[in-house]
Each structure stands twice: as structure tokens, then as C-alpha cells.
Design a protein around this ligand. Sequence first.
Ligand code: ZN
Length: 157
Amino acid sequence: MWQCISCNIRLAVSLFFLLTASIVTAQQIREVPVPNLRDVSIATFDRYGPVIYYNPKALKKLGPQVAEFVRAHEYAHHAMKHMQREKQSNQDISMTELRRSFELEADCYAAKKVSRESALAAADDFSKIVGSKRVDSVHPTGKERSAMIRQCAGITS
Ligand SMILES: [Zn+2]
């Protein structure tokens, strides 16, 4: 019986790349507790791939609803490829402006993912606790973040 050997090889090669591509895109984001972390949580990459480091005590202090929001916010940084986009950015926009815009993007993404109660709890914390201050120079003010979360979660009252 005639067999197309090169066709089989081509098929095998395509299958290999297809599988590899799906493994890479579905690469799992690990969540790693770091007790002495200065931030509540951060999204980054280590040598094993995408990772979220979090301070378990600090996260617990925020309560389950705000913690759910914070977790979704860190996943958003990975989903929206903020670390890669920061590296590719041209210098037309300052790094501070770029990072602040990424923080608002992550807040909006998270606000749409979590429950309405969690979005509301996070928005309230940002407006009441952080207020017109910033947690650091790369984050928007608490009031800006609160407004973004409310808008993206569709909270009008
Ligand atoms: Zn962030």
C-alpha cells in the first residue's frame, strides 16, 4: 500500500508545534506565598514562568472580598501581558505614566471578573483608605482606582 512518508512527517511536525504552542499559551500561573513580601502581592516572572507572589498575612487582613479582587488584579497583569508590553514600550510615554495606565487596566479587568460585592469592597477600600494618596509612585491614587473599579463593574450608586 502506498504511504506518503513525508506527509506523515509533516503531520507529526505540525502536531508537535501545535502541542508546544498550546502548552506555552496555557502555561500555568503559580501563586507563591512570601511571608516577608513588602507588597500585598506582585505579578512577575521567575525562571519557571509567570508567577504571583503574595504576602499571606497582608492579604488575609484585607478580608476575603478585597483579597479576591487583589488576586484577580494580579492575574490581569499576566493576562494583559503588562510585563512584556512594558519592555516593548517606546519612550513616547514615561514609564510612570505607562505603569499607572497598566494598574488601571488591571483594576478594570479585575472589576469585571470578580463578584459585584468584591468589586464594591475594593472600590470602597481604595477610596476610604488610600484616598487621594498613592501606595507608591507607579500606582494611581486610591480615588482614581476606586472610580475605575466602579465604572468597570457597572456600579453607579
Ligand atoms: Zn498592579
